[in-house]
Structures are given as C-alpha cells and as structure tokens.
Design a protein around this ligand. Sequence first.
Ligand code: 5RP
Length: 237
Amino acid sequence: MADLQDQMKQAVAQAATEQIQSGMVVGLGSGSTAALMIQALGAKLQRGELTDITGVTTSFQGEVLAAELGIPLQSLNAVDRIDLAIDGADEVDPSFQLIKGGGACHVQEKLVAVRAKRFVVVVDSTKLVDTLNLGFLLPVEVLPGAWRQVQGQLREMGGDAQLRMAVKKAGPVVTDQGNLVLDVKFAGGIGNPEALEKDINNLPGVLENGLFVNLTDQVLVGEITGGVAGVRDLPKR
Ligand code: 5RP
C-alpha cells in the first residue's frame, strides 16, 4: 500500500506543476505530497522548462528543500502577490473543505492559501472523505502558555483535544512558530466547518486551526486504476 500511495502522490505532484508558468509567484505547501511537487518544480527549473519563479514556502521543511533545489524564495511580506499555491491535505470533503496540519504547518499554509489567486490541493485518494474529522483529528495551534485553557474550552465545545507529542524528542511537538498543537476529535465529525473554524479561532490563545474553508479552487487526486497511477480532477459538489 505504501508504494501505491507513493505512486499516487508522485503522479498528482507532477500534474500540479503543469499549472506553474514562468514568472509566477508560487506558494509551496508542506508535507510529503507537497515535497514531491517542490522537487518536480525544482527539476523543471533545472531543465530550463520554467524561468523566473519565486517560491513562498509554508514551513521550515519547504524552505530547506526549495533552497537545496535552487528555487528562488521570498517571504510572505516581500511578495506583492501569490499567483498559485499548491499544497497537500489530510482530509478533503465533497465541497472542497479541508483538514490540514498533519505536519503542524497549517498557520503558514493558511496564510499562503488565503493570499493565493488560485489554491490547488494535491492528495492521494485515501484523503477523500464524506465528513471531516471522522478519521483525521483537527489540529489547533496554541500558545504554549494557554494549551490547557484552550483544551478545556474545546472540551466545552464538544472536542476531545490531546497535546501532540513529538517523536524522537521528549515532550510535545513545537511548531515552526514555537507553539504547541492540540489534535481535536469531535464526536460524529464536523458538521459545520465554516462555523467551527471561526469559533475555534475565537478562543484566546489559538493561533489557527486546520480547517480550510472555502479556499480551495481545485482538488487533484492521485489514484490507481488498473495498477497504474493517474490523476483525477475532482468535481466539486
Ligand atoms: C502539513 C499539511 C500537509 O499538507 C498534510 O498533512 C498532508 O501531508 P501529506 O502530503 O504528507 O499526506 O497540512 O501541515
């Protein structure tokens, strides 16, 4: 399965780079699928198929990778526009609402997605769901000094919030901004993503949550058909 999933990610990452044109300012997402897209973009630049690209990264991961590949980068503050942003997602529902933040990068990812004239999401078919949050937990970035308070307030809203713990490091995951992440489960899933996104962000101490509502222009889905990886342009419902 891992190999098939890699093939789906590779196919969709490659397909998304076809939308990048010379002269564009491009938002570069985070996670394993976005990393494949950044690699494909770097290869196109090296082959001279694209020129005059400016990347705006959404994480330390993307910044290091893009720099290694020689992709010119600018900060969000330095650019006057973002023409196109391409990023992965953890869950995608039929109306293109997303859960993101599996890599704890959703603060910068949302800043870039909101700014982009066009936001394209690249996922493998395992990410498609009917209802958000039945499978993947909703990430919420919180100030370190407020995590217990926010955890309690999320509980009052019906969410079971657990502090995300690090791997190969004692203690919690610390985000690129120096904050912590609560992963939240709402029983029965998220029925109204638009309202919940606002309600969670209204809690003092919350930097941003991983609900991406009404931001996505296109979802490209990598899938395996007849043993071969292909890409489907998901119709919006
Ligand atoms: C990181 C993200 C990623 O885009 C999301 O977790 C998907 O990652 P992957 O492509 O590795 O499945 O939101 O914060």
